[in-house]
Write a protein that binds this ligand. Sequence first.
Ligand code: SF4
Length: 193
Amino acid sequence: MGSDGAPQEGFLTTTVDTVVNWARSNSLMPMPMGLACCAIEMMAFAAPKYDVARFGSEAMRFSPRQADLMIVAGWVSYKMAHTIRRVWDQMADPKWCIAMGACASTGGMHRCYGVVQGLDNFLPVDVYIPGCPPRPEAVMHALMDIQEKIRNEYSVAQDGIFGKEQPDIAPRKPSIVTPDGKDTISPSGLYTQ
Ligand code: SF4
C-alpha cells in the first residue's frame, strides 16, 4: 500500500499455511473406493458433465501412494473393511475421507451382521454425504467442504506431528466395533483377522 493509500504493484504478503493449504486444497487426488451403486454417481462426478477438473480433483488415483482423498462409495462389508483400512494406512498424510451415501455413512438399509454400520467405525471420516445415492453435485459439495476444511483448519505445523502423539486432533485410528457391540478389533489386529 502506498503512502497515498493506493495499492502498489510488485509484491504481496501471505503466510506459508495459506500458500500450502491453497495448493493442497486445489489439487486433491481422490482414491475412489467404489463398492456399490453409489460408485456410479462418483464416476459421474469426475465425468465431463460435472467436470470436477474445475476443482483440480479430476485425477483419480488407484494407488494409495498418489492419493490424498479417499471417497468410499457404497456399503462396506466387514471383510472389505480390512482392505479399505489397509489402503487408507498406505496413503500418505495429510489425507481426508468422504463417506458417500447412506450405506457408507451408516450402513443404510443393510442392517445386518455382515455390513459395517458406518465407515467411522474404522476410518476418520471428514464429510458424510446423505442420500441413496447422492447426486454428483452432492459429492462436489463434499469436495468443497474438504477444501474449506483444509484452508481454514489445517496447518503445515501438523505435518510434523502426524504419526506421533496428536493431542489436538481427533483420533484417526478408531477400532471396528463388532455387530454385537461387545468387542472391538484394533487397527493393528486388522491384518491378522
Ligand atoms: S446409499 Fe443407496 S445407492 Fe449408495 S450404495 Fe447404498 S443402496 Fe446403493
